[in-house]
Design a protein around this ligand. Structure first.
Ligand code: NAP
Length: 253
């Protein structure tokens, strides 16, 4: 009997890290269901990968419920959910549009919560959930609304690791540093920081490795862990350093 392919739902698959993850999964024989808002992108990629797509705004609970029910009608079992959809908001809390602050929380934090809840009936153990968080989820720096949304997403991912772990579902919390993508162009970074920029395919490789080895919470590249340690051990030092650098300094992958 032919073996059924394993099914992966990847949010934010129309570009960047999500697209790279979907490509790697498809190469390894996974059936990918791509979720995002831009239909032209999704259709082209789904055709290329022999996959499927659903239009979905992860920040809108009803849209997530609709997409999940359409997917679960076709696939009783979802082996992997990748919560990757996200938007930037490297801006000041004081100067950003209030609507943008709300949108970044809805997308980057609540999007993953709604997707886990909606796809849970299909995530029968053993299954995996990947949450693409960020180093900005551990290091609070200028770029406030984005960093705050990623802090919330990190807390969600860590608690989900326990709650879903009890149900036999493994959670992988992946925290990338600066990655060059459409939504997050890194050309505005200071020259030294630009050397740290990696590509979406590097994150995808890391995610696939984490799936194979069950690595739990990881940072990619690993050297960003030093920034998280500094934030945790000496938060006031970080505030003083960044305050001195002035309003134009921007950190937050
Ligand atoms: N690039 C970085 O430096 C970096 C570093 C750390 C973490 N991350 C995280 O990595 C993830 C992917 O970002 P990326 O760098 O690959 O950026 P990207 O190329 O802009 O991709 C973002 C993806 O999210 C989708 N998306 C945005 N809002 C959505 C919504 N409301 N509903 C459904 N899909 C939505 C976009 O598709 P549509 O526009 O078609 O909906 C797109 O496919 C994000 O969570 C981001 O925070 C990025």
């Amino acid at each position: 009997m032919p073996v059924e392919p394993r099914v992966a739902v990847v949010t934010g698959a129309s570009s960047g890290i999500g697209e790279a993850i979907a490509r790697d999964l498809a190469e390894r024989g996974w059936r990918c269901v791509l979720l995002a808002r831009r239909e032209d992108r999704l259709r082209t990629l789904a055709e290329e990968l022999g996959g499927e797509y659903e239009l979905c705004d992860v920040g809108d609970r009803e849209s997530v419920a609709r997409a999940a029910s359409a997917v679960l009608e076709r696939h009783r079992r979802i082996h992997l959910l990748v919560n990757n959809a996200g938007i930037p908001a490297r801006m000041s809390f004081l100067e950003s549009e209030p609507e943008r602050i709300e949108q970044v929380v809805r997308t980057n934090y609540l999007g993953g919560v709604w997707c886990v809840r909606a796809f849970l009936p299909g995530l029968q153990p053993p299954a995996d959930v990947v949450n693409v968080v960020s180093v900005a989820g551990e290091v609070a720096a200028p770029g406030g609304p984005y960093s705050a949304s990623k802090h919330a997403q990190l807390a969600f991912s860590r608690t989900a690791a326990v709650e879903l772990g009890r149900r036999g579902i493994r959670v992988h919390t992946v925290k990338p540093g600066f990655v060059e993508t459409e939504g997050f162009p890194q050309r505005g970074l200071p020259r030294l920081a630009r050397r740290l920029v990696i590509g979406p395919e590097d994150v995808a490789r890391h995610v696939l490795e984490s799936l194979e080895r069950g690595r739990g919470e990881t940072t990619v590249p690993r050297y960003y862990r030093a920034a998280a340690v500094l934030q945790a051990l000496a938060p006031n030092l970080l505030v003083r350093m960044l305050t001195r650098r002035g309003p134009r300094s921007r950190i937050g992958a």
